[in-house]
Write a protein that binds this ligand. Structure first.
Ligand SMILES: Nc1ncnc2c1ncn2[C@@H]1O[C@H](COP(=O)(O)OP(=O)(O)OP(=O)(O)O)[C@@H](O)[C@H]1O
Ligand SMILES: [Mg+2]
Length: 224
């Protein structure tokens, strides 16, 4: 049994009276410690794929298995808990809550379900890991794009997920910051969390240990 599996995952949309598959029968298996990157052009279906994988969007065909269970068959409460507990998600674009400090943003997922433990300590360790502990008391508007991205990554890890999913985590960053963020993902994968990212940039190719390309909804191993 795999950790996280997409089986013939499909999303059909309609536009202008015509149906098309934004994601077309995609199968993928993710194991603990994997670092998988998917590259593909704008509109190729990357976000649609990740949103179905993270349980945010319902597929029109196929399934997403997490530890052998089809997540789209869970009820709302079960799915919310599974997402909160097991799947870290870094959405495309800016996703921090603007009225909360960085420190509070990072802790929010921890408070969504009843938990016990030292969340302050853990939040601080994560901020150190992503290199922005000095910004704990700052608000998102006071941060650069790369710093916001690091905060979102720290937030996605607060509940020690088994999988970290990130949608274009380096989209608007310079080459140097991109390299730093990609190294951070490598170290997260080395610690056993599976990492699955999508990007449209070829310069992230050197980091993931398995690379796929997405083209018009179809996923295939990336030819080097
Ligand atoms: N709700 C929707 N209804 C109809 N079509 C949609 C909907 N959402 C997305 N699409 C279409 O599905 C395709 C895939 O979109 P998606 O957002 O997954 O692309 P992407 O690869 O993430 O692109 P980008 O790199 O620009 O973020 C696009 O053609 C898009 O226009
Ligand atoms: Mg996208």
């Amino acid at each position: 049994m795999g950790l996280f599996e997409f089986k013939e995952l499909t999303k059909e949309y309609r536009r202008g009276g015509r149906a098309f598959n934004a994601v077309n029968s995609v199968s993928l298996s993710v194991e603990p410690g994997d670092f998988i990157s998917i590259i593909g052009r704008s509109g190729s279906g990357k976000t649609t794929l990740l949103n179905m994988g993270a349980g945010l969007l319902h597929p029109t065909g196929g399934s997403v298995l997490f530890e052998g269970h089809d997540i789209h068959r869970l009820n709302d409460k079960e799915l919310s808990f599974l997402r909160n507990e097991k799947i870290g998600y870094v959405p495309q674009g800016q996703s921090l809550l603007s009225n909360f400090t960085v420190f509070d943003n990072v802790r929010i997922p921890w408070f969504l379900f009843k938990r016990e433990g030292d969340v302050e300590g853990r939040a601080f360790i994560l901020l150190e890991k992503v290199g922005i502990s000095h910004l704990a008391a700052s608000y998102p508007r006071e941060l650069s794009g790369g710093e916001m991205r690091r905060a979102a990554i720290a937030r996605s890890l607060i509940n020690q997920p088994r999988v970290l999913i990130a949608d274009e985590p380096t989209g608007d960053l310079d080459v140097q910051t991109t390299a730093e963020i990609m190294r951070l993902f490598s170290s997260i994968a080395e610690e056993g969390t599976a990492v699955l990212i999508v990007t449209h940039e070829l310069d992230t190719l050197n980091y993931g240990d398995k690379t796929y390309s997405m083209d018009a909804g179809n996923l295939s191993p990336h030819a080097a």
